[in-house]
Structure formats: C-alpha cells, structure tokens
Design a protein around this ligand. Structure first.
Ligand SMILES: Cc1cc2nc3c(=O)[nH]c(=O)nc-3n(C[C@H](O)[C@H](O)[C@H](O)COP(=O)(O)OP(=O)(O)OC[C@H]3O[C@@H](n4cnc5c(N)ncnc54)[C@H](O)[C@@H]3O)c2cc1C
Length: 820
C-alpha cells in the first residue's frame, strides 16, 4: 500500500472485505458489459443516479433556486464528506466543475511571475502540463521536469537537489498518472516540499476513490480531483482543496459572486474559505450525486476499497503479462487499480476497438495525454484497463481471454491494420465514442472475425422469429455482446412468424393475461418509436361465439354485443344466429414482416451479430456458462436464449412431452378492398364455427381478405411442408362463406406452424435445471402480439432483472403439472 495511509489501532479489527455481488447489484452497468474504464469515467451506482434525478425532479417541480434552498443541508454535507475524504478542514474545500477547472484556478491564484520555478513530475496530466507550458511561454515561468528514479517514480534525491538549488514557487505531481499504474511517493514529495517551504499541488484525479488520500499525511497544500473516476460520481463534478495558511494568501484571478462580496463601487472582499474559488452557477443535482457517491465510499471504507483494488490490479497485471505478445507497461512503482499494456504489432486503439467488440470496455491512452511520461518511456499509445469494486473474476477472465484471442488472431494475421494517432484535442476519449451514445456500433460482421465470430458471448439467441429478433434487439441495445443464430435464411417461411399480418387484441380469455397485454401494447408503441415505422393498424375487433360458449373473451374496454350491433360495427361480417360477439375497440392488425425487419435492423444497428443458415446443433451447461455447438464449431456464452418456436422440443427435451406442433393453413380470398370486406366494413375478427375458430383480416393490399382456421394436424417441424391441400382450403372456404358473404375464391394460401401447450399458455423463462438458459416458445397461435414485450422481458432476465409478471408462463409449471 502507498505512503499517506493512517496508523492502525493496537488490536485492529479484521480488515473489512468487499461484497462484490452487492456492489454489482447496485451498479446496473456491471450487467451490460465488462467495464474497465474507471480511470476514464466509472460506472455510477443506483444511489448516485437517484440523487441526481431526485434533485432534477425537485428543480422541475419547484424551480432551481427553490430546490437548492431546500437541498442546502444536503449540499453542505457534500463539503463535509469531501473534507472527511481528504483529511482537510471544511473551509478548505471547494466544489468545482472538473479537476482541470480546480487546477487552473489554483495555479492562476498563485500568480506565478517571470523566473518562478515550478518543479513538475513527469506524471503530470496533459491539461496541467499545457497550462504550465503556456505560463512558461507567456509569463517566463521556469518549468523544470523532475527526473524519475529507476522505479519510474519521482527521483526524490533529484527533487531535493532541485529544492536546494534555489527558491521554487511550486512542486506538482499527479498521484497516479493517466498513462500508467504508477503511484508516486506523494508523502515523501510533500515532506521535501514542506521542508523547503514550497507549496505542493497534488493532482489526485486518478487516486481519489482508489487510494487513501489524506492531505495532512501527504503534506500537500493544494489538491485537485474529479468526481467521475474512482469516486464514481457524476461527470461534471470536481474538487479543489487549499490548506491554510496558503488559502488565506491565494486570491482567484477572476472572483465570482459565489466567492466574493462586492462591497463598494471599486472594492470587493473574498469569502474567507475555499468557496472563493467556486462559481455561483453550479449543477447542484450533480453535486448531490457526488455526495451520494462519497457516502457510498465512506460506507465501504477507503482502506477496504484500496486493498481490494490493489489486489485486483495486481492480479490483472500478472495475468496480462503472462500472455504471449502482451507487455504490461506499468513502471515498478505501480500499484492500485490502473494497468496499462501494449500488444505486439497492434495499435492500442485497435486493441481497444477489438475488445469493445467483445464488450470489454477500456481506453487507449495516446502519448499526447502524458507526453512527459510516455515520450520519456518511448511509448506512443497504451491500452489502459482500470478496475473497480464492481469488477469480478468473470470480468477479469473476459478481459484476459479477449486479449488472448486478439493476440491469437493478430498472430494468425487476422486482426485489422493499425490506425492513425487521434488528434490531441480529444482528451481521454477514443474517436466516435461519447458517453451519451450507445456502444459504438461496430460494422456488423467486422472484417476478419465475422465468420469466426468470437467464441464467447454474453448472450446467444437461437431462432430469429418475432421472439428471437426482439430479444436480440433489446440485448444489443443494452450493450451486450450478443449473437443471433437462425437455422434458415432470414425471412424464411418455415416457422411461425412469416406472412404479412397478425392480429393484436386486448380481449383475452383470462385475467392473468391483462397485465401482459398492457405491456405488449406499450412495447409496440416503443418499437414503432424506435423503428420510426407504423407497425399496428388499430381497426377494432369482433370475436364471436355461440351465446352458450363457456368462456367468452373479455378484457378492459371490451364489451359483449349482439348480432345486430356487430353488423353495425363490421357490416362485412354476418354472424350466424345465436351468436354474440365481444367488441374490442383496441384490436387491430400487425405488419408482421415489417416488425421482423425493424427488430433485426435495430439489433444490428446496436451491434448485434446475426448469422442465418447457422443451425444450433445442441448445447450444454458448463459451470455458469453454456457451450453451444454449431456447424461452425463450439461457442461459449453467459446466457443462451432459445426462441426456437416449433423446434423447441429438440432444444429442450424435458419440455417435449408438453409441446405439440400444429400445421395451420391461411388463405387469401378475392375481395374488393373498397367494399364491406375492406377496412370500411371489417377489422380483425374471429368466429367460433363448427369448422373451427375462423379468424381473419379485411382485404387491404389488393391481396384479398385473409382468413385461417385456428386448428390443424399435428406436425413435425423437420418434415417437409406441402402447400395447403384442397381439403384444407375447402374447409376454410366453407367457414368463410358462412360469415363473410361476398368473399371470392382463394387467391393464394400459406401454411404455418403453431407450437401448442395444453393450457395454450406460452413457455417463457429459465429452462428447468439450466438457469443460464432461457426459453420462449409455445406461442399456441397467439404469441406474435407479445413478441416485442417478451423480447424485452428476456433481455431483463439475461441481465438479472426479475420479471415476476411472467411467472404464469414459467416452463416449470409444465414439469410440476401446475396448469390453470
Ligand atoms: C398462421 C398463423 C397465424 C397466427 N396469427 C397470430 C395472430 O393473429 N396474432 C398473434 O399474436 N399470433 C399469431 N400467431 C402466432 C405467432 O405468429 C407466433 O406466436 C410467433 O410467430 C412465434 O414466434 P417465435 O419467434 O417464437 O417462433 P418462430 O417464428 O417459429 O421462430 C423460431 C425460429 O427459430 C429458428 N430455429 C429453430 N431451431 C433452431 C436451431 N436449432 N438453430 C437456429 N435456429 C433455429 C427457426 O428457424 C425459426 O426461425 C399465428 C401463427 C400462425 C402460424
């Protein structure tokens, strides 16, 4: 552990340990990828996000000033927490917009004059160096770079010699640089600076939250830091601390109404504390978020966190340096959470990009962000990984395995060519990636590795009908590395999701469905918004059955109507005597093909990989992962999602006895779209007839009226599927003629497959005995309308978010014999 930690009591309690699972549970981002960029901007915990949102909500309800007044005690507490963290007094702490803002105000307040000597460590950050170089050029200040010792840290003897050589105005160092895991001997630097009466400005941007930083122990007079890195606060938060007595001598170059009082026409006075360095206007919501993050850190214990990150960092450093072709670039004096490395023959940005494809998020640091360090060590760019409390062994495995694979592909001459150095004006952020954008969408099937796609995924979705394509889209949108496999070509007509139209309705036989139907409608609205396509045509619906039918459809907003009123609602439909109907004003028609197209397009746009003509031959659980066998080879995944429709029994044999595949015939009947069988006289409908439940849609697109019977022969999905037979069409035409006068002959027909359960409820949830595997099937002829909603639910389940609203569809109910 580094210098600057406090002495331990005589019988110290056993060191506290961290509960990683608990940290991950309150860090939603830890489910969306393997995040190794805390030294860039760490993942926020739920509490921090809620603190920010709560205050923004308060501002929206009562106004910014009023909300700030109400939150004054909480805002004041942020100063107290900051002071506690830094071992500083309350009045010595200022909250600023960023570490660099703190640095600039502190250095300008020093009023450096021509000839003043600034002794700067090579660990100094780019923005600090640029400021010093500009005061050197513009104001004749002398910036002297302190040499490093053999351990890569500041050479303390050289520092002492420089201090003895004459008066210096400032000593400055970064506790931990942006360009390596180096931990500077800050307490020793502080001691030397204090001994020579020279102010010591410590840049603790990369150490706060990962190492103990006590200004008293370190002996620094000025300290800057940011909220977004290891402190896990929101972006746009920073801190500056100035210790007394220096504080009383420093005046900001540009005082603001926050830090000064305008006392007369030409005079003003500064506030006595460090708030003299603040600006009036501030993002209070972000500061309260920082407060929440500081409270979390304090609850965990800085020493506990530091111990954990030091161990995790050391383990990662060791595992990476053991990989062939990988060189850890951290100097001997490294420690803590940051690990930097290079890969033989590869540009660090390409390594970063290749890892991003594998959903391992870290950063490439170019020399332009740490020239005094990297030029000195002959490095042009390094890959920087930084761990935090939400990283578990699984994350480290994912990173190490991904690097191993990239090296293997590189050595096989498969990895892409190096790319040019990014322009210096974009600090710390790789090209084309900003925090607000979703993960940079790799071109689908990036060159070279598209066929031999990486062998390990966060999730693999098997089957790309309406359920699979919806799941793939939601998982990719959450930044998961997800692969979609379809045994046939995309757009095939051998499963259950092909054909132009499907019916959506509110009316359902049992109240258990009501909540899910609501969710389904919301999911369609969301999908239409995301795809900018109109997928639903709300025509209203009539569902008719003999008066004596035991379980008519029902549902919110639906009502029973007699034959007369039904004829007024849909003049094209003529109900047999003794029939009543349920009118569902929210029923309608789904554009099935556009839905599949939209979901697959959105999935690819979010980085999902799609492989059609790629049948999955089988799968086995292996530890907490799943091994998947394909014609291409073996894949591994954290989660497997089976949306295999009629082929589900083959993938989940335990469910086979409970699934029946049925062949269904649909046909188009000649009809005038402008007549009563068109949208003006008909919407989506069903009539329970002796031939079976006839259902259908008005004639719209010149293809005539579409109808089908909701039953058919049991079928084996692997068996070839002949076109509709004359008998099948005759039976259907007979039913159509009974209730849809004016319908002409069959113009075309199609066949399709239902996957049925005895209770006609779906099977959605974990495969019994294999929690890493989810299944969604057994649509029982009415699943399409739920496709987008079930896709989102499956993505939640993959991300560890419980969905109790789907318990009534759990596969386990079939094996336990528990059906309604
Ligand atoms: C004629 C007809 C009319 C319908 N009408 C309606 C309606 O009006 N309203 C409604 O809500 N629902 C309706 N449905 C039901 C609805 O269409 C289905 O519930 C839905 O399409 C099921 O989608 P899925 O993704 O689960 O299955 P599918 O669409 O069958 O997708 C499964 C996919 O998995 C692939 N696959 C299987 N095994 C493997 C493997 N080993 N490797 C790779 N890929 C594999 C298959 O090739 C297939 O593409 C109807 C169904 C039919 C057949």
């Amino acid at each position: 552990m580094t210098a600057g930690t406090a002495a331990s009591p005589p019988n110290p309690p056993p060191p506290r340990t961290l509960n990683i699972a608990a940290e991950r549970a309150r860090t939603p981002g830890s489910f969306t990828g393997h995040h190794f960029n805390s030294a860039g901007a760490a993942l926020l915990a739920n509490g921090t996000v809620e603190a920010v949102i709560d205050h923004l909500r308060a501002e929206s309800l009562s106004g910014g000033y009023e909300a700030a007044k109400h939150a004054a005690p909480a805002l004041e507490a942020v100063y107290a927490r900051t002071a506690e963290l830094l071992g500083a007094r309350l009045e010595e702490v200022a909250l600023v917009e960023s570490a660099t803002a703190g640095w600039q105000r502190a250095v300008s307040a020093l009023r450096l004059r021509p000839g003043d000597r600034v002794l700067a460590a090579r660990s100094s950050y780019v923005s600090s160096a640029l400021h010093l170089l500009s005061v050197e050029r513009d104001h004749g200040v002398l910036v002297e770079l302190l040499p490093n010792g053999p351990d890569g840290a500041v050479d303390l003897e050289a520092l002492e010699a420089a201090l003895r050589a004459g008066p210096a105005a400032l000593v400055t160092a970064a506790h931990v640089p942006t360009s390596s895991g180096l931990v500077e001997p800050v307490a020793a630097i502080g001691e030397l600076a204090r001994a020579h009466g020279v102010p010591f400005l410590l840049d603790a941007t990369q150490s706060l939250g990962q190492l103990p930083v006590d200004m008293g122990t370190i002996g620094c007079d000025l300290l800057i830091g940011t909220g977004r890195k290891f402190l896990r606060g929101p972006r746009g938060t920073g801190l500056l601390a100035v210790r007394r007595p220096l504080l009383d001598r420093l005046a900001p170059e540009a005082p603001d109404v926050r830090g000064a009082r305008w006392t007369a026409e030409r005079s003003w006075e500064l506030v006595p504390d460090a708030k003299r360095f603040e600006l009036w206007e501030a993002a209070h919501a972000l500061r309260l978020g920082l407060g929440a993050a500081l409270a979390d850190l304090s609850a965990l214990g800085v020493d506990t966190v530091a111990r954990h990150l030091d161990t995790l960092g050391a383990s990662l450093r060791e595992r990476l340096s053991a990989l062939p072709g990988v060189h850890v670039t951290d100097p001997p004096a490294a420690g803590g959470a940051i690990v930097t490395f290079v890969v033989d023959g590869m540009d660090a940005s390409d390594v970063q990009r290749q890892l991003a494809y594998r959903r391992v998020h870290l950063i490439a640091v170019p020399a332009g962000h740490g020239r005094w360090d990297m030029d000195h060590r002959g490095l042009t760019k390094v890959v920087r990984a930084s761990v935090h409390v939400y990283n578990d062994e699984d994350d480290l495995d994912a990173l190490v395995e991904a690097v191993r694979e990239i090296v293997r592909l590189q050595q096989r001459g498969k990895a892409p060519s190096p790319s040019p150095e990014p322009s210096p004006s974009e600090p710390d952020i790789p090209p084309a990636f900003s925090a607000t954008d979703p993960e940079p969408a790799p071109t689908p099937h990036p060159p070279d590795i598209s066929r031999s796609f990486s062998r390990r995924h966060d999730a693999i979705v098997v089957g790309l009908g309406v359920h699979g394509s919806a799941t793939l889209r939601h998982l990719a949108a959450r930044g998961l590395d997800v692969l979609g496999l379809e045994q046939f070509r995309l757009g095939h007509d051998l499963g259950s999701s092909h054909g132009e139209t499907r019916m959506i309705r509110r009316a359902y036989p049992h109240p258990d469905w009501d909540a899910l139907v609501d969710t389904a409608y919301q999911a369609w609205t969301e999908l239409e918004g995301a795809s900018k396509a109109q997928l639903l045509d709300i025509t209203g619906g009539l569902y008719a059955a003999p008066d004596d039918r035991p379980d008519p459809l029902r549902g919110p907003g639906c009502r029973q109507v007699g034959a007369e009123e039904a004829a007024r609602i849909f003049p094209g439909l003529r109900l047999p005597t003794g029939f009543t109907a349920v009118h569902d004003p929210r029923a309608g028609i789904i554009d099935a093909q556009e839905t599949l197209r939209a979901q697959l397009t959105l999935a690819e746009r979010s980085g999902a990989r799609i492989e059609d003509n790629s049948p999955v031959l089988g799968w086995e659980p292996d530890g907490d992962e799943v091994v998947v066998r394909t014609g291409e080879g073996i894949l591994r995944t954290r989660r497997l999602v089976l949306c295999t429709g009629p082929w589900t029994a083959a993938q989940v044999p335990s469910l086979a006895p409970h699934l029946t595949v049925t062949r269904i015939v649909n046909a188009y009947f000649a009809a005038d779209p402008t007549g009563p069988l068109g949208p003006s006289g008909l919407g989506s409908f069903s009539v329970d007839l002796p031939q079976g439940l006839l259902y259908g849609f008005p004639a719209t697109d010149g293809r005539g009226l579409k109808a089908g019977l909701d039953s058919g022969p049991t079928w084996t999905p692997e068996a070839p599927r002949p076109d509709a037979t004359a008998e099948e069409l005759a039976l259907l035409a007979e039913a159509v003629a009974q209730v849809l006068p004016g319908a002409g002959p069959v113009t075309e027909s199609l066949t399709c497959l239902y996957t049925m359960t005895a209770d006609r409820r779906f099977v959605v949830g974990e495969v019994p005995g294999a929690p890493q595997v989810l299944v969604a099937s057994a649509c029982s002829g009415h699943g399409f309308k739920f496709g987008p909603a079930i896709g989102e639910a499956l993505a939640d389940l993959v991300c560890g978010i419980a969905r109790p609203d789907l318990d009534f569809l759990s596969p386990a109910r079939l094996l336990s014999g528990r059906t309604p």
